[in-house]
Design a protein around this ligand. Structure first.
Ligand code: FES
Ligand SMILES: [Fe+2]
Length: 445
């Protein structure tokens, strides 16, 4: 539970807010690189942290994010023409480079134009193109070094990156990503009126889904359904924290799902085993009632097959089924195509898709979840830890300091994933082997 004031601090991200300043202390995804793929192609509107910009790629291939208002008479540069050198306003032809510099004023004689040009420069954001995303620096200070998120450093052939609209405040959507306890219900399937793993709920049950030969990659889905009271351990590090949730297995060993939260708005999802697919999400406020969730999946050591990339692009796991504008097909306006018959017979929610189930329930908390009215329990530890960590960031910027991780780019080169500890084995002892990137021993909290 938070006070009303804490809830305001956590959820408001406009330019003059504390959390807005926290967000602006880090590089933020502004749009997918493929949204402005073609040099000299059409500009697109971008809204991020309550501020509006025009994104375009100039004829040389450089991406830029500039203020949408032409300084001449305020026309919207979205209507501009993308020409050699930059975007030309459709009203009287003033032209702007990706740097925001006004480079041509055809309405004035050259001597007068030369005097006006410096005054006509418009705001432009520093950009970095990494991991198939165009990132923006929105802070008032010079950009910090780019965080070494692994999906941005592997070859493009190893990854798939997309985004999806979420129709609620960013913070409750992040909380959903850190709340592993909901897997036992929200993502459960139904058969013969019993909750089962969704993996076994499909039309063709996996023959390995029961019995002695069941590998942990399959059995883990069942363990998540069977044990709805996971127990948590949290390890702080320089960019955020690793939160591990233990569930009972079929013997005395423990099944752990370890999730990374990285300041201020990234999470790396559990559900991967060594050599397997890594997945993560970044929640970027559009305004305080909507966010873009950037979704990335990658193999650290090998290319992704085309059919796997295709499967993710159609909606799978954290990837939603989306339309051309990255809006989920199942969304607020159509009640996520909730099917009450399905809810009785095959899926606990009656909604298709893990991502859509997450989205529906986060939206259902309201556009901004009222955290003054909650009854939190021990399985909500990840949620509580997230709030404490980002609110500490707000305290830091208030005191004039950089929030955690903002100046520690190497601390972002981490993994999440699953592991099993034998009976009596300490998690902290196993972590350095399973997650060798945790160079210094993490601090147990
Ligand atoms: S309003 Fe843009 S050139 Fe006149
Ligand atoms: Fe979920």
């Amino acid at each position: 539970m938070l006070t009303a004031e804490e809830n305001e601090t956590l959820t408001r991200t406009g330019p003059d807010t504390l959390m807005g300043r926290v967000m602006r202390s880090y590089w933020q995804p502004a749009l997918l690189a493929r949204e402005v793929q073609e040099p000299g192609g059409p500009p697109v509107r971008v809204k991020i942290l309550g501020e509006e910009f025009i994104a375009f790629r100039d004829t040389e291939g450089q991406a830029g994010l500039i203020d949408p208002r032409c300084p001449h008479r305020g026309a919207d540069l979205f209507f501009g023409r993308n020409e050699k050198g930059g975007l030309r306003c459709a009203y009287h032809g003033w032209q702007f480079a990706t740097s925001g510099a006004c480079i041509d004023i055809p309405t004035s004689p050259p001597d007068i134009g030369a005097r006006i040009k410096p005054k006509a420069a418009i705001r432009s954001l520093p950009v970095a193109e990494r991991g198939d995303i165009i990132w923006a620096w929105m802070g008032a200070t010079a950009p910090e070094p780019f965080p070494q998120l692994e999906f941005t450093t592997v070859p493009a052939a190893n990854r798939y990156v997309s985004k999806k609209l979420q129709q609620c405040n960013w913070a409750q959507a992040v909380e959903g990503g850190l709340d592993t306890a909901h897997f036992s219900y929200l993502h459960a399937g139904i058969r013969d009126d019993e909750r089962i793993s969704m993996l076994a709920a499909g039309p063709k049950p996996n023959p390995l889904a029961t019995g002695q030969n069941e590998p942990p990659q399959i059995a883990s889905f069942r363990w998540m359904i069977e044990d709805s009271m996971p127990r948590f351990s949290v390890f702080d590090h320089d960019a955020g924290f690793l939160i591990c949730a233990a569930r009972k297995t079929d013997d005395d060993s423990q099944y752990w799902r370890c999730t990374q939260f990285l300041m201020p708005n990234h999470s790396l999802a559990p559900g991967s085993w060594p050599g397997g697919l890594q997945q993560g999400q970044t929640w970027v406020p559009i305004d305080d009632h909507h966010c873009w969730i950037y979704c990335f999946a990658w193999y650290p050591d090998r290319p992704m097959a085309d059919d796997e990339r295709r499967r993710l692009s159609r909606g799978f796991g954290i990837f939603a089924e989306i339309d051309q504008g990255f809006v989920p097909v199942r969304r607020r306006e159509n009640l996520y195509l909730l099917d009450r018959h399905k809810q009785k017979t095959s899926a606990f929610t009656g909604i298709d898709g893990i991502s859509e189930q997450d989205a529906a329930i986060a939206d259902s908390q309201g556009y901004i979840h009222d955290r003054t009215r909650e009854l939190l329990g021990q399985t909500d530890l990840g949620v509580v830890k997230f709030r404490r960590t980002v609110l500490a960031g707000a305290d830091a910027v208030k005191a004039g300091h950089a929030p955690r991780g903002a100046r520690s780019p190497a601390a972002y080169a981490v993994h999440s994933g699953d592991l099993i500890t034998a009976a009596g084995e300490e998690l902290a002892g196993v972590l350095p082997t399973r997650f060798p990137h945790l160079e210094a021993a993490p601090h147990h909290r």
